[in-house]
Design a protein around this ligand. Structure first.
Ligand SMILES: Nc1ncnc2c1ncn2[C@@H]1O[C@H](COP(=O)(O)OP(=O)(O)O)[C@@H](O)[C@H]1O
Ligand SMILES: [Mg+2]
Length: 270
């Protein structure tokens, strides 16, 4: 593996007496793309949120770019600047234009002046294929376009790693492909990425590694061919078979519309 960019060591997180992460060990190399899959409630979001300290771990250590972010004396703001995060919900400011949504955090958090922030905003809107929407307001954009703006907003901060938490799960199926295409391009540019997703085609084609989580532990960690193509563990096989056959889906675990996305493929431009 190349230089480790994210190191997670015996990470534990409890909410009250509910132990949600039960000793997670994971290393992600610089430029690596790791997809995290697993049933609802298995701790995927909590893992991502512990990496950028949106949640405080109960035990273990997390290092990003060699800096221990779980060190009590760490500068949390400095850590967060190195880590971009994209959520299922885009959380754009509705009263600000697309460009203003990208310049505001740069100016507030990084202290960039207006011209510099606007220049970086334009570069990153081009990166996600939305230069023509610079002056538009979020409400006039499709969900897929709004998510691409959210990705550009994160990129404009110059992160070293990008975390994605089910970035396409809230989108209508026909809008998923364009967002995945942007993420695929980012992966090809060498961004270090940790992606929680149910998009198995994306995971197969883009991920260097796939991690399967269940009940707060990593059950399998390997290449996509190993984990998706030829899972060694019964829990992984069970999870994948339910994704592929929605009729088998546990009602409380799989929302509607999720399973039918499996192996549909990315439709957007590559
Ligand atoms: N802020 C919180 N307070 C209490 N329990 C939480 C909180 N966040 C997550 N949990 C619990 O942690 C478990 C794992 O949740 P989560 O990490 O969101 O799983 P996943 O993303 O895999 O669906 C769930 O049982 C959830 O109810
Ligand atoms: Mg989640």
């Amino acid at each position: 593996m190349s230089r480790p960019e994210i190191q997670v060591k015996d990470l534990r997180k409890s909410f009250g007496d509910n132990e949600v992460l039960r000793g997670i060990d994971l290393e992600i190399g610089s430029g690596e793309v790791v997809c995290v899959i697993g049933p609802s409630g298995s701790g995927k979001s909590t893992l991502l949120r512990c990496v950028n300290l949106l949640e405080e771990p109960t035990g273990g250590r997390v290092l990003v770019g060699g800096t221990e972010v779980t060190d009590p004396d760490v500068d949390i703001d400095a850590v967060r600047r190195r880590i971009g995060m994209v959520f299922q919900q885009f959380n754009l400011f509705p009263h600000l234009s697309v460009t203003e949504n990208l310049t505001l955090p740069q100016r507030r958090v990084l202290g960039r002046d207006k011209a510099e922030a606007a220049k970086v905003a334009a570069e990153n809107l081009a990166r996600v294929g939305l230069s023509e929407k610079a002056d538009a307001y979020p409400a006039s954009l499709s969900g897929g376009q709004q998510q691409r703006v959210a990705i550009a907003r994160a990129l404009a901060m110059g992160p070293e790693v990008m975390l994605f938490d089910e970035p396409t799960s809230a989108l209508d199926p026909e809008l998923v492909g364009d967002v995945l295409a942007v993420m695929r391009r980012l992966a090809n540019e060498g961004m270090t990425m940790m992606v929680v997703t149910h998009e198995m085609t994306f995971a197969r084609e883009v991920a260097d590694r796939v991690v399967f989580m269940d009940a707060g532990v990593i059950v399998e960690d390997g290449t996509p061919e190993q984990v998706i193509g030829n899972p060694g563990n019964e829990r992984t096989r069970h999870f994948l078979s339910r994704l592929l056959d929605p009729a088998m889906a546990d009602v409380e675990e799989e929302g509607p519309g999720r399973a039918d996305r499996v192996d549909r493929g990315d439709r957007g431009p590559n």
